[in-house]
Design a protein around this ligand. Structure first.
Ligand SMILES: Nc1nc2c(ncn2[C@@H]2O[C@H](COP(=O)(O)OP(=O)(O)O)[C@@H](O)[C@H]2O)c(=O)[nH]1
Ligand SMILES: [Mg+2]
Length: 389
């Protein structure tokens, strides 16, 4: 499963974001909430379901809104010099292995210092926190390379191509591929055999930006002074109120409001059940949503999947006329796939055996056969013909 990690200093709201994003989706997408361990969960990206466009109803989406599961990891908070073992040290970096992309959660309210200690809203400029995650990650990766560097040099006998292979082998477990190492080595123009510490640190930074793309989420925006928000705005930051999203999802689960994650606003269903404090709380959230176009939590997840990772949604079906599987379930699955994926890739995604027996595919919209080299498009509905089933 495509997995995102939430990283940042302590107290920026990672766990609140995690809770908000993983909690109430059980009912929304009717997908089992899986806690693989304490800080792994299932979140969802939001997309308009194709069923509406096809003039059918699928039974999976909610009012035409489809939620597709992704993995989410709430990574241990990190402090400056974590790569040297400070705070929880390298533990957070270990969690990043499984991540396809990273949401760097910032405390946009400036209520916490660089170590995450509470200092009062507006007292710490979050601008200074932006750099440090990339720095810590680069130094962590550099530390791994450095530890094995003399061995890498010896075993590759001064040949750059062998060095690249050895590096890729060493860091394969971090979710960094040989192709990525090769591409960054080529782009760097670096003579690996003579690389010095600053060269390698730069190399590590670039490699991480390719293998673990990162986006900035300015959380706690509900308590952020305007001056801080304005200062952060031109840095490509996505603002969020995780606490607001959590409250809304809880209220929606309780049937108090009507709200789907990612909606720009909500409506109160049972005003009579609210006490004055709850009313005021919801009004505060509504005001923040009005200002930022929503709570920002769903938007951040969607941005990571559809923009940062550039994934698309493909619907596999077995009956191209009814858009259903063999049991008559309409559009039961929606897969997130890399752009450039082919019908054969989709077949393997459905099942290894289906992939191995792949013959051809049919575009369910046009009922036309598509070649296995054909690149799938976003929102494609595809029937796979395979010798196996
Ligand atoms: N006002 C406000 N407080 C938040 C928000 N997100 C988190 N917090 C608070 O920030 C503190 C730290 O949150 P937590 O999720 O434990 O942070 P973590 O250490 O990064 O996991 C808690 O007191 C949260 O209630 C938010 O969006 N708005
Ligand atoms: Mg936490």
């Amino acid at each position: 499963m495509i997995t995102l990690a939430l990283a940042g200093k302590p107290n920026c709201g990672k766990s609140t974001f995690f809770k908000a994003a993983t909690l109430a989706n059980v009912e929304i997408a009717n997908y089992p909430f899986t806690t693989i361990d304490a800080n792994h969960g299932v979140a969802y990206v939001r997309t308009p379901c194709v069923c509406r466009e096809l003039g059918t109803t699928c039974g999976v989406c909610k009012d035409g809104v489809r939620f597709i599961p992704i993995g989410l990891i709430d990574v241990a908070g990190l402090v400056p010099e974590a790569h040297k073992g400070r705070g929880l040290g390298n533990q957070f970096l270990d969690h990043l292995r499984q991540a396809d992309a990273i949401l760097h959660i910032l405390d946009a309210s400036g209520s916490t210092d660089v170590e995450g200690n509470p200092v009062g809203a507006g007292s710490h400029n979050p601008d200074g926190d932006i750099e440090f995650l990339e720095y810590e990650m680069s130094m962590w990766l550099y530390g791994i390379l450095e530890k094995h560097w003399s061995k890498i040099q010896r075993s590759s006998q001064g040949k750059t191509s062998s060095m690249v292979l050895s590096i890729a082998e060493l860091i394969a477990g971090l979710g960094i591929t040989l192709e990525q190492v090769k591409a960054v080595e080529l782009e760097s123009g670096l003579d690996m055999t003579r690389a010095q510490e600053p060269d390698l640190v730069r190399f590590c930074r670039r490699l991480l930006s390719v293998a673990k793309p990162m986006m900035l989420v300015g959380n706690r925006v509900d308590e952020a002074p305007d001056a801080l928000v304005e200062g952060l705005r031109n840095k490509g930051i996505h603002f969020a109120t995780s606490a607001g999203e959590l409250a809304l999802r809880n209220a929606a689960s309780a049937g108090i409001i009507r709200y789907l994650p990612g909606d720009p606003s909500f409506s109160v269903l049972k005003p009579e059940t609210l006490n004055p404090a709850q009313k005021a709380g919801l009004q505060r959230i509504a005001a923040v949503m009005g200002k930022f176009g929503g709570t920002g939590v769903q938007e951040a997840l969607n941005h990571a999947i559809f923009s940062l990772l550039d994934l698309m949604v493909v619907y596999p079906v077995e009956d191209e006329h009814k858009y259903s599987d063999s049991q008559g379930r309409v559009l039961p699955d929606a897969f997130l796939m890399k752009k450039g994926s082919t019908p054969r890739d989709l077949a393997f995604r459905v099942h290894t055996e289906i992939g191995e027996g792949f013959l051809f595919a049919v575009d369910a919209r046009t009922k036309m056969r598509v070649k296995d080299t054909h690149q799938l498009k976003d929102r494609d509905i595809i029937k796979i013909i395979s010798t196996r089933r």
